[in-house]
Design a protein around this ligand. Structure first.
Ligand SMILES: O=C(O)c1ccccc1NCC(=O)[C@H](O)[C@H](O)COP(=O)(O)O
Length: 228
């Protein structure tokens, strides 16, 4: 598997550019605790309805109630959700049981000292999860996502080794470090947001092109299979 996801889609023009540049999955952070979503729910829905397969839209959410997640995915017309909040195992199991059709990604937010906790989280949740996604905690702001900060890749590597589910690597990935990250950690998928933007806050086509090209070359090198 070798999936490239880019998160934080702003509008249809940006989504089209990412698809044309070879990005596989698009991440839509919506109803964030900050209340500052980058895109309206109606515009996200209209993009998601016209996404050509095998491209996929992924809801990035802090929701922790199974029913709420399920309803929101239906509203948006998507079939994949990245659970970034502290969802309980009970709600995760409930979501899995109610919605076997949804592709569930669970975040593993890497801090300086929590590897054992993350390994335990994998053990406790893997029955209900399709894929894990790492991310980096920012101790200064308290943010758990879109921090643009890398973490200790030996932790990601250990999470890949430990998990029977595929892992998407995220946290401070850029055109400059993505090749080394894939070669070192050997994830099934990668995701990036902040470091692919230009000064105007939009995804920069040249950065995306370099990111995709470096990632594809590294995935080839480690013998990963392609998405289609
Ligand atoms: O993408 C967001 O805006 C976001 C906001 C709040 C929590 C998580 C969020 N995204 C999750 C992702 O999948 C990001 O792409 C991931 O955090 C990597 O971001 P970055 O380190 O900026 O590349």
């Amino acid at each position: 598997m070798s999936i490239i996801q880019v998160a934080g889609i702003i509008d249809a023009k940006e989504a089209d550019m990412l698809i044309n540049e070879g990005v596989d999955w698009l991440g839509f952070p919506l109803r964030l605790p900050s209340g500052r979503d980058d895109i309206s729910e109606s515009e996200a829905t209209s993009i998601l309805q016209s996404l050509p397969k095998p491209h996929r839209g992924v809801l990035i959410s802090y929701m922790t109630e199974a029913d709420e997640v399920s309803r929101f995915c239906d509203q948006l017309c998507l079939d994949a959700v990245q659970l970034h909040g502290d969802i309980s195992m009970k709600e995760l199991a409930k979501l899995r049981e109610a919605r076997p059709d949804l592709y569930l990604l669970k975040s593993l937010v890497v801090r300086s000292d929590n590897m054992n906790g993350l390994l335990q989280l994998i053990d406790d949740s893997s029955e209900w999860v399709d894929m894990y996604i790492t991310d980096t905690f920012d101790p200064i702001t308290g943010a758990k996502g879109a921090t643009g900060i890398t973490h200790d890749w030996s932790v990601s590597k250990e999470l890949v080794r430990h998990s029977e589910r595929p892992l998407m690597m995220a946290g401070g990935l850029s055109p400059e470090n993505i090749g080394e990250a894939i070669r070192e950690v050997q994830p099934a998928a990668i995701d990036a947001h902040s470091l692919l933007e230009g000064p105007d806050g939009r995804k920069d086509r040249n950065k995306i092109r370099r990111f995709v090209s470096e990632a594809r070359a590294a995935f080839d090198e480690i013998g990963a299979t392609t998405l289609v």
